[in-house]
Design a protein around this ligand. Structure first.
Ligand SMILES: [Zn+2]
Length: 207
């Protein structure tokens, strides 16, 4: 077996026991709460697939015979996208300038994260975005490829803050955002032009 291993931080963000359990439940392979099975659940992230094993335990009423199966990266990615868009619905966004937003934290409403918009997508300063941005390319190339090819993301790193900003701009997905970027960018330039003109107006007229 190769020495392929992703960092615990990337594993916790995308391939956690909790997410794995949700996926196994949706596939009808397990039932009941995860908490009683944490010790017996192994999640191994391989280069192109995730191997999941739940030890056999005849005392466990919901799933006594155990599980040994593969889950695709695609399933994990689709879960991450769904989760981001669901969480986004309860977040408040504030547009500070044309391409700069502040978004309320989902866990601490007092705290705000920022999102910067550009041609390459949206950058967020939340721990999840920063972890994925930093690690996916080097640690999980196959996932990086799926993010690039995904019709909703089109290369955008999924986080709920970016999803909230997307929604506030009235876009359904990041493909629309990238397609409309020339217009969004023009809005930014026009806004800056307007500000220049108003400054000139101020100097011309002695108010
Ligand atoms: Zn974020």
């Amino acid at each position: 077996m190769s020495a392929f291993q992703i960092s615990s931080s990337l594993q916790n963000q995308l391939f956690s026991q909790a997410v794995t359990w949700t996926l196994l439940t949706a596939k009808g392979k397990v039932a009941g709460p995860l908490d009683a099975c944490r010790q017996e659940l192994t999640v191994e992230v391989w280069p192109k697939v995730v191997y999941v094993r739940l030890e056999k335990n005849i005392l466990r009423r919901e799933c006594p015979s155990g599980v040994s199966t593969f889950i695709s990266y695609k399933d994990y990615l689709e879960h991450a996208i769904k989760e981001a868009f669901t969480k986004a619905t309860s977040l408040t966004t504030a547009r500070i300038s044309e391409n700069y937003f502040k978004i309320q934290s989902a866990t601490d409403p007092q705290y705000k994260y920022w999102i910067l918009l550009d041609f390459y997508g949206m950058s967020c300063d939340c721990p999840r975005y920063k972890c994925l941005k930093k690690r996916i390319w080097s640690e999980a190339r196959h996932l990086h490829k799926l993010i690039e090819e995904n019709e909703i993301l089109q290369g955008q790193i999924p986080c709920h803050h970016a999803a909230a900003v997307l929604k506030s701009l009235d876009f359904q997905n990041f493909a629309d955002y990238f397609q409309e970027w020339p217009t969004i960018e023009k809005q930014i330039i026009n806004k800056e032009d307007d500000e220049d003109y108003s400054e000139e107006d101020d100097s011309e007229f002695d108010w």
